[in-house]
Design a binder for this molecule. Structure first.
Ligand SMILES: *Cc1c(COP(=O)(O)O)cnc(C)c1O
Length: 244
């Protein structure tokens, strides 16, 4: 992929998003493409921005603290934290990200709220947008709240001032055969629908799908897809992608 430019990769990803939307009878505008720039240099972010990408995902607070000085002034760019967040880094995260898409613990949400009230970055509505990460594959020891614990966590997070609980996120197991990921994506959508009913409010965002399976995720209702490799190329130390 090194011979390809990021702009060319973006066109190809856009074609695949377009084809998935067509199959699912959805509008392209319903889906936000998040370019996952973790491990890549700031130059790659600038290249993707120049090609039209506006949403970026990083998975480590410290890595983004190191890179953001080189790219932060790109107008209209939106920075998402997509990796697991420990509560002792939540205060720092609230100050450098627009969205925290991987909340799975009330202590983390509470610390984000506190940091926000002390002057963190905020979305247009004046609140920090968060998603709750759900563990859709019970047997996996990945991050995310268990489905059984989700309603209680969501009710508490939804009550925090300054926090906009916008929806759910998941990382299903990596499966070569992408069709096998479909039930996990469908599950997250169903869990979201139930939760929205329980809370009596909309939870419009479903962040699901990565380079190899985003088309299936779009068919199952994803509103945000997180795409790294297909845009930026293979990461050095690819294994970290699977443990985050
Ligand atoms: C790394 C990562 C991605 C992107 O993975 P690719 O397979 O490179 O597209 C998406 N989501 C999360 C949470 C990640 O950590």
């Amino acid at each position: 992929m090194n011979t390809e430019s990021i702009a060319e990769n973006l066109l190809r990803v856009e074609e695949r998003i377009g084809a998935a939307c067509l199959r699912a009878g959805r509008a392209r505008a319903e889906i936000t493409l998040i370019g996952v720039s973790k491990t890549h240099a700031a130059g790659a972010i600038r290249e993707a921005y120049a090609a039209g990408l506006r949403h970026f995902g990083e998975n480590r607070v410290q890595e983004w603290e190191g890179k953001r000085g080189e790219v932060e002034l790109l107008p209209g760019a939106v920075w998402h934290l997509i990796g697991h967040l420990q509560s002792n880094k939540a205060g720092r995260a609230a100050k450098i990200f627009d969205c925290v898409d991987s909340v799975d613990d009330f202590a983390v949400a509470e610390r984000l709220r506190r940091a926000w009230s002390e002057g963190g970055r905020t979305d247009g509505a004046g609140r920090l947008r968060v998603l709750i990460e759900v563990r859709v594959a019970e047997e996996e020891t990945k991050n995310g709240v268990a489905i059984g614990q989700l309603p209680e966590l969501a009710e508490r997070v939804a009550r925090l001032d300054g926090i906009d609980l916008a929806g759910l996120m998941c990382i299903p197991p990596f499966l070569e055969e992408v069709e096998l990921a479909r039930p996990y994506f469908r599950k997250l959508r169903e869990v979201r629908d139930d939760l929205a009913g329980l809370l009596g409010r909309k939870l419009p965002v479903l962040s699901m799908g990565m380079s190899h399976d985003f088309a299936v995720a779009i068919e199952e209702g994803a509103t945000e897809v997180r795409v790294g490799t297909a845009l930026f190329g293979v990461r050095a130390g690819k294994e970290e992608a699977k443990v985050e």
